[in-house]
Design a binder for this molecule. Structure first.
Ligand SMILES: Nc1ncnc2c1ncn2[C@@H]1O[C@H](COP(=O)(O)OP(=O)(O)OP(=O)(O)O)[C@@H](O)[C@H]1O
Ligand SMILES: [Mg+2]
Length: 583
């Protein structure tokens, strides 16, 4: 990475503080004050024990009370700062996290189908949640810890050196050992945490697979096998927990209990000897013990800060990775606000494949669909019917050739209006959690409830919806699981009936329906399709018999096209397909 690129990255990283500059400065100031005020307290102790009690002043009681009042004031101010810093500091981190999550989510909405084909949803989710949480911790605690522990360490070192140089050096002798020990064991502890996280993920996956496939498990009577598999994962997880506790004991306990007390003992022993030799006095020893904690506690924190920095930065790197992904499919410069008035769709020598490793799905396909025509695309499974149709709303871009709608190349059209004017019922139905009404209104968010009901009637959904416990207000469960496959399909058809676009694509939209329901939906579809261009993909050829034109797609491209009667009379590919289905 060149220097300028690196500075750019750092600048970008810091830019998330920009809206909260005031808050950041206030937070850093309160950190300094908290650390500095904490350093004053032992000075007061020294003043009372040494200057007042040992050396004696005129009015001992009054001076002690004054000092008490001063210390009380310090504590109150310090608490005030600490409260501000705890609340507002975390708040700032959470705000930055919120902003970044929003930015990421908005960007995810822009990325194309191709991006999602190659990503795992679980990993994207963890970028939206865990990564940003770690990052917020860094944004908030990173500078703050540096200031607090820095002030604490340097401040106490200066004061200790001022009180007694040699005794300070005694403490400093221990610090490198403490630092090395904490780095080594903190690193081991982090590894143990990471292993445990991956083990619990395995347990979750095993349990989720088992529970969602419990019907298969039971029908094969494989419960014993499942228990064995789960028991293995469960004990791996236990081992990882045990490893964490061992490493926590080695890290925290040794540092907090052993090292800290060891230093205190060293101060008392060495200091005691020096007091005996009159090289030190008791009040200084006392103050030394108080300050020693300030000097030593930042040392193990260093390992923690390094880890936090690494975690946060790797989260940030993954965040940028997505943010820097440019959507493959986006509006061209000067994109046209397409207005589909007729619905004339033309494929000109279209060639397409999903990626470079794969073979071409479509080669040099040309198809001219007249405005208002109903075209059925048929052909064997995996031949490219869905692919062909997904090129019209630009879910993917053609590799060669072009697709024109009303004479405008879809690549020149602005995406949003283009997609708003093409209605797609996809092969795989997807409904959102929520009510039936909410799901239908998804087709045209501003529509009225009456319009939604009208659309449901056309999709032959009204009757079954009215039989649901709360009618249109019935909650259909996550992804619509509380509805049957055919019911889900009818809701998704109603969604497009409500959208009412000039170009329609029905990809196996009625495959889950029985003969009568399908016939009813197809009848309304024919009414809707009047004056609109309609693409229908269906395996059940009886569904597409009445189409204006049937296009037969094969490996070689479009093999035949014409009406049912014409193609049947050809007695070739279509006739064979039709006859095998009739059997
Ligand atoms: N998102 C994708 N990424 C990579 N390859 C894909 C993707 N979607 C489909 N394919 C491949 O493209 C080819 C055509 O698939 P397509 O879904 O268009 O077939 P289809 O004719 O609609 O089949 P079916 O009748 O089974 O729905 C298949 O070989 C498939 O494996
Ligand atoms: Mg398909």
């Amino acid at each position: 990475m060149t220097l300028s690129k690196k500075t750019q990255r750092i600048r970008k990283f810091l830019s998330y503080y920009a809206p909260y500059k005031g808050l950041l400065i206030a937070d850093l100031f309160s950190s300094i004050f908290i650390a500095a005020l904490a350093l004053i307290l032992p000075v007061c102790v020294r003043y009372i024990t040494k200057d007042v009690l040992e050396n004696g002043t005129e009015n001992i009681l009054a001076t002690i009370l004054q000092m008490g009042a001063l210390m009380l004031a310090i504590i109150v101010v310090q608490t005030g700062f600490a409260m501000f810093f705890d609340y507002k500091g975390h708040d700032m981190g959470a705000k930055i996290e919120r902003d970044m999550r929003m930015e990421l989510f908005e960007h995810l909405q822009k990325l194309s189908f191709g991006f999602y084909d190659s990503q795992k949803t679980g990993q994207l989710m963890s970028r939206l949640t865990n990564d940003l949480l770690n990052l917020a911790e860094l944004y908030h605690h990173g500078p703050e810890n540096l200031v607090i522990y820095g002030t604490q360490f340097i401040g106490s070192l200066v004061i200790l050196l001022h009180i007694n140089l040699k005794l300070t050096l005694v403490i400093c002798l221990f610090l490198p050992f403490m630092a090395i020990y904490s780095f080594v064991f903190y690193h081991r502890l982090q590894k143990a945490y990471a292993r445990s996280r991956s083990r619990i993920a395995d347990v979750n996956m095993q349990a989720e697979e088992n529970l969602s496939g419990i019907r298969v498990v039971k029908s094969f009577a494989n419960e014993e096998l499942e228990i064995k598999k789960f028991s293995a994962e469960n004990s791996y997880f236990y081992q990882s927990r045990a490893n964490i506790y061992k490493n926590e004991a080695l890290h925290f306990t040794v540092i907090e209990k052993f090292f800290t007390q060891l230093i205190t003992v060293a101060i008392i022993v060495v200091g005691g000897i020096w007091i005996a030799g009159a090289a030190l006095d008791v009040p200084d020893l006392l103050v030394f013990i108080l300050y020693a904690a300030y000097l030593t506690s930042p040392v193990p924190k260093l390992a923690f800060m390094v880890q936090q920095y690494q975690d946060g930065l790797s989260g940030y790197r993954r965040f940028r990775e997505i943010m820097d992904t440019i959507p493959e499919i986006r509006d061209a410069e000067n994109a046209l606000e397409i207005q589909i008035t007729r619905g004339h769709v033309e494929f000109r020598n279209v060639t397409f494949r999903y990626n470079e490793e794969q073979d071409y799905v479509l080669r040099n396909v040309s198809l001219d669909v007249q405005a208002g025509e109903t075209v059925a695309i048929v052909g064997s499974s995996g031949i490219g019917k869905s692919t062909l149709c997904s090129l019209i709303p630009r879910f993917y871009d053609v590799i060669e050739g072009e697709i024109l709608i009303d004479g405008i190349n879809v690549r020149d059209a602005a995406l949003c209006p283009l997609r708003q004017q093409i209605g797609v019922v996809r092969q795989e139905t997807f409904l959102f959690g929520g009510t039936v009404m909410e799901n239908i209104l998804y087709g045209r968010p501003g529509a009225t409830a009456d319009e939604a009901v009208e659309a449901a009637k056309k999709a032959n959904a009204h009757e079954f919806v009215m039989e649901l416990p709360n009618g249109y207000d019935t909650d259909i469960g996550q992804r619509g699981v509380k509805l049957s496959g055919g019911q889900q399909q009818r809701i998704s058809i109603a969604r497009v009936f409500l959208k009412n676009p000039p170009v329609l694509i029905f990809d196996e939209a009625t495959s889950a329906l029985d003969y009568n329901s399908e016939k009813a939906v197809m009848d309304s579809l024919r009414t809707l399709a009047k004056g609109r261009t309609l693409f229908i993909i269906a395996h059940r050829l009886s569904t597409v018999r009445s189409a204006d034109r049937i296009v037969v797609l094969t490996k070689e491209g479009i093999a035949e096209q014409g009406t049912h009667e014409q193609l049947y009379a050809l007695d070739s590919v279509y006739a064979k397909l039709y006859n095998t289905q009739d059997l």
